[in-house]
Design a protein around this ligand. Sequence first.
Ligand code: ZN
Length: 180
Amino acid sequence: MKETELQIRVLGEPVLLKQAKPINKITEYHRGLLSKMSRLMYAASGVGLAAPQVGVSEALIVADIGTGLYKLINPKITKKEGVQVIEEGCLSVPGITMKIKRAKRVTVNALDDTGKSVIIEAEDLLSCVLQHEIDHLNGKLIIEYASWLDKIKMKKTLSAGKKGLKDEGLRKPKTEPKTL
Ligand code: ZN
């Protein structure tokens, strides 16, 4: 697969709503995909990316909040604690940001790209990013957290986005919100 073939999939593409398949055997293909996803995430100034966002329905995510790159296979949340609200954006939902209530701390069990078990105890932003990306593996997008009133407000933005603001979500705002 050539670098240029990886593209961010946006709202409306069925792959974003599918349950991603767990990976039984990690191959060079998966390692290559994780590397390409990382490069795409950095190029898009995102802090996280899940395989369904590049059209691959497999349980792979990458994340980097500026403290180091995580390449995770079959990530699962095994513990949640506390509550935080962070304003989030999503590369697959351009033009929309939402304040989302999530766990403040999570423990995530996963495999790294060599197949070794890793346990990540994350809090604050990293916790938020991991929950957001694992949501993607479950076919869940940030708009599902919206109230019906928010959804009405978003409708206008989303239809405007389809017309001409295609790349807006790919740029990282100078401050919050985070694009994942
Ligand atoms: Zn996202």
